[in-house]
Design a protein around this ligand. Sequence first.
Ligand code: SF4
Length: 259
Amino acid sequence: MSGILFDKIIFGPVNSRRLGKSLGINLLPENLKVCSMNCIYCECGWGKYIENFSSKLLPYKDITPVLRERFQQLHQNQVQIDSITYSGNGEPTMHPHFAKINKVIIQLRDIYFPKTIITCLSNSTQFYKRTIMPALKSIDNPLMKLDAGTQATFYLINKPFQKLSLDKVCENLRYFDGELSIQTLFLRGKLNNGKIVDNTSEEEVDAWLKRIKDINPRKVILYSIDRETPAKYLEKIDENTLNKIALQVRSLGIQAEVY
Ligand code: SF4
């Protein structure tokens, strides 16, 4: 599977089930996935560990004019946008100037689309950079990934390229003081190395729920595989199972939505 990769810094708006009309912002190189993880279900396909990708990025000084021009056009054409969404070819917060660009995006949103929210789909791995947490806290909708409750399943599903403690990830998510949403993809299946992966088992869901309770997000979004995945033999989880897990989330007093 080659995966879906974007060739523009700004794309759409596209129809998103979760976000409505979503204007995508891809800060990562064109046609190249850059991510700190290698999730077995990633729509961008399998990735490689890429240490230095700055030379493949549009220079920072050139980004603002591109964004401004597109925002102006969309405004002039009275295009409806519900969410300006960092997504695209990997993990947006890996861009070396994410925080600075985010300030520009907020300014442009305030000028041209003051009623539109800003969303960031993030894998929750870049908090060791001091600018990332404040930048994510400054937007309306940080939508942070948490696919597992145990370290073993975290490694099986998300395959971070460097050692990463799930406890540490969750500790960082608690610093949002509840002002975030969590997104979790549920799946089960067999991996190429013969290992079974399943984050819907009772044990895994219990461990995940404990972490959700600790983080106390305003909302949890539960979903399953929707497109072809790089790992073969993964099973789409039925809506009934997702709804049962959502009920358990709601019993914690936390809003849950199934897609
Ligand atoms: S974190 Fe997102 S971009 Fe990165 S590998 Fe996982 S699904 Fe793909």
